[in-house]
Write a protein that binds this ligand. Structure first.
Ligand code: NAI
Length: 458
């Protein structure tokens, strides 16, 4: 039986696969500890299989990318052109930067070999002989831990030349980022790896699986997604698919932050718990004397949900109305509620929070992180920040809310990468759902231009 450090025990509603070893008593990052627990057994099994059979298991498992977009991992692997003659690259995206998300960092800090095992199996499946771990700069210790773990794995014959005597070679490189959110966007990441400014590339028509690093087929997967591959092999794709709900299989780690009694990380079966169970049972409910007001369910880029909202799901005879509390925590349900499951960062806000401050906080983040390639995003995010600065300092006019909304819609859908939506959706949703509250922070007496400037303009 696994024991966890005092106060770090998983909640009974959790189902731990990926986080099995996180905060585990007697656990460390050495390869001996990992192997004593069955570590690298799945790699030994994988190298005896046909690479395509591994991809088939991943397809059967229904695994959807845990970085945020929820794209089926096995399908993505299948997009490598069949007649390809170029090298194939595997990239582990460990640039976890989405505000509210803090799961990958625990894996790379506490269980590096789980990631390496998942990566070597995945590289074998897709035919990659070079793999990169793109590590966000803010995880300096993790980069050192991962490099040490790779050397340990090499010494045991799990990484490097002729892995386990099969003739399969794989080098894994840890590449440190330089603290830019845009480097988590896969094509920005690829540009950065190539040594360039991380301006995202236009996709479609070409996705990295066909044309990625050095214009060769490249599979970019999130840390958590790559770790799942090991468990899929262990359980078999069909058995894995029994976890979770239809089309939303397996487990995923929800990172809960903000105004709850017990914030933290919880690995649960996808879609098996509702918002109400997550917030009230698992996270212990609101802080004393407070009420839940709103939740940003999938990292700061996702649209906010009000706790008093209802949602219509399905169509025709199958349509049903559900409350906020009944939302199943999975990709499809959250999308049907007008938001997204994203990277699993659940940010909880109680009635002590002013929405103008929430908006301003989000605007500051995106204005700072815009890479500047696309004008609507570069200029628009700066404008949105300036307007919401006026809002929180009591200098905004009611017209400013309209302008803010217009700017958001001018960014949405008009940029090369999803940063445009990531920065405009929160604004659109907060204004749509909390317009009256925002208007309370404005005054007709406020003018952007001073009286003297106005007179000059006239
Ligand atoms: P996307 O939907 O464009 O792509 C998802 C993945 O599927 C990519 O790897 C893409 O290459 C692949 N893909 C999609 N269609 C394909 C096709 N037809 N052929 C081949 N491959 C295809 O989404 P994107 O822009 O990669 O990610 C957006 C998400 O990232 C957001 O929803 C957000 O939740 C998340 N995100 C996560 C962060 C984090 O720190 N974990 C930070 C910021 C955003």
């Amino acid at each position: 039986e696994i024991k966890y450090l005092p106060g770090k025990e998983p909640h009974p509603a959790e189902h731990r696969l990926i986080f099995k070893n996180i905060d585990r008593e007697g656990w460390d990052t050495s390869i001996e500890t990992y192997m004593a627990d069955g570590g690298y057994d799945q790699l030994k099994k994988a190298v005896e299989m046909e690479p395509s059979a591994i991809t088939d298991e991943v397809k059967k498992s229904g695994l959807r990318g845990r970085g945020g977009a929820g794209f089926p991992t096995g399908v993505k692997w299948g997009f490598i052109p069949p007649n390809n003659t170029k090298p194939v690259y595997l990239i582990c995206n460990c640039d976890e930067s989405e505000p509210g998300t803090f799961k990958d960092r625990y894996i790379v800090h506490q269980d590096p070999h789980q990631l390496i095992e998942g990566m070597v199996i995945s590289a074998f499946a897709v035919g990659a002989h070079t793999a990169f771990i793109y590590m966000r700069e803010e995880f300096p210790a993790a980069a050192i831990i991962m490099e040490k773990a790779i050397e340990e794995a090499r010494a045991k014959g799990f990484v490097g030349k002729n892995i386990l005597g099969t003739g399969f070679d794989l080098e894994i490189w840890v590449h440190r980022g330089a603290a830019a959110y845009i480097c988590g966007e896969e094509t920005g990441l690829i540009e950065s790896l190539e040594g360039k400014r991380p301006y995202p590339r236009i996709k479609p028509p070409y996705f990295p699986a066909a044309l990625g690093l050095y214009m060769a087929p490249t599979i970019v997967n999130n840390v958590e997604s790559l770790c799942h591959v090991k468990h899929i092999l262990e359980m078999g794709g069909d058995e894995y698919a029994k976890l979770g709900v239809e089309r939303n299989t397996g487990t995923r780690i929800l990172c809960v932050s903000g105004d709850v009694k017990k914030p933290g990380y919880y690995e649960v079966q996808v879609g098996k718990i509702t918002m109400g169970e997550l917030l009230n049972d698992i996270c212990g409910g609101p802080k004393d004397g407070r009420k839940f007001k709103a939740v940003i369910p999938g990292g700061s880029s996702s649209k906010i949900l009000r706790c008093d909202e209802t949602f219509k799901l399905g169509r025709g005879d199958d349509a049903k109305e559900i409350s906020f509390w009944d939302i199943q925590m999975d990709f499809d349900t959250l999308a049907a509620c007008g938001s997204m499951a994203g990277s699993g960062g659940v940010i909880v806000l109680d009635d002590s929070r002013k929405m103008s401050w929430v908006l301003n906080n989000i605007n500051h983040f995106y204005a700072h992180e815009s890479c500047g390639q696309c004008t609507p995003c570069r200029e628009g995010n700066g404008w949105m920040k300036k307007i919401s600065d006026r809002l929180v300092t009591g200098k905004a006019n009611p017209e400013d809310i309209k302008t803010l909304e217009e700017v958001a819609y001018q960014i949405d859908g008009k940029t090369v990468c999803a940063f445009g939506e990531a920065s405009s959706w929160p604004v659109e949703a907060i204004i749509a759902k909390f317009r009256d509250e925002l208007l309370e922070d404005t005054s007709e007496d406020n003018h952007y231009l001073s009286k003297e400037q106005l007179q000059r303009e006239l």
